[in-house]
Design a binder for this molecule. Structure first.
Ligand code: KMT
Ligand code: NI
Length: 202
């Protein structure tokens, strides 16, 4: 997980849109956002996820794969929906099982976007009422983990989707559902939004 202020430059949201202004985990916590790491290669990671889920009274879960090959014709529409600024009346918990993507969350005062890059093993808890949006990244087979001079050498994980791809576990207290409320006059009056804003003023 890496967090930084979004550059607000027009263009494909799947690009990094990075700025030099990093954001700390403590600052994210002041916005009500929690992050934990449960690396998939550690055999007890799922116990950690299960404990977090039961501590917070979650009993349902599903898995979603966001990629052109998994979603086919609806992919670009889904990407557009995920990237529309929205809130939920429930917490949003996502545990990343593969690939990478970005959750953008609104800073207090709603002026800035903070971009949170998530990869395999990251778990995020977004509080009810926070304005946010989501996108996959442009290509999860990047040169970032490659030694200098090897940028032409691309190592493909066998069977893995490459390019725009993320797989995530979605945790739910009740039945799996995804109900985005796009930001507008109505969400400003929403009681979960008001409660979120109130909590941040404490
Ligand atoms: C959301 O609320 O934007 C999502 O659930 C995004 C898909 S989960 C990787
Ligand atoms: Ni959401």
């Amino acid at each position: 997980m890496k967090a930084y202020y979004y550059d607000n430059v027009e263009g494909d949201p799947r690009l990094p849109h990075i700025t030099p202004d990093g954001v700390s985990v403590d600052h994210l916590a002041t916005l009500g956002l929690l992050h934990a790491r449960f690396p998939l290669e550690e055999s007890n990671s799922i116990d950690g996820v299960n404990k977090l889920a039961s501590d917070r009274h979650y009993s349902h879960r599903d898995e979603i794969t966001v990629s052109p090959s998994a979603m086919g014709a609806v992919y670009e529409d889904k990407i557009k929906n995920f990237f529309a600024e929205h809130m939920h009346e429930d917490e949003e918990i996502r545990y990343i099982l593969g690939g990478a993507g970005y959750f953008d969350i609104r800073e207090k005062g709603d002026d800035n976007w903070i971009r949170i890059r998530v990869e395999e093993g990251d778990l995020l808890v977004l509080p009810p009422g926070i304005y946010h949006r989501f996108t996959v990244d442009e290509d999860n087979v990047s040169s970032r983990s490659m030694p200098v001079g090897c940028s032409l050498l691309v190592v493909f994980k066998e069977g893995a989707d490459v390019g725009q791809y993320i797989k995530a576990m979605r945790l739910f207290k009740d039945e799996p559902k995804w109900t985005p409320l796009n930001r507008g006059q109505e969400t400003e009056q929403n009681s979960f939004r008001k409660e979120y804003v109130h909590q941040r003023q404490q």
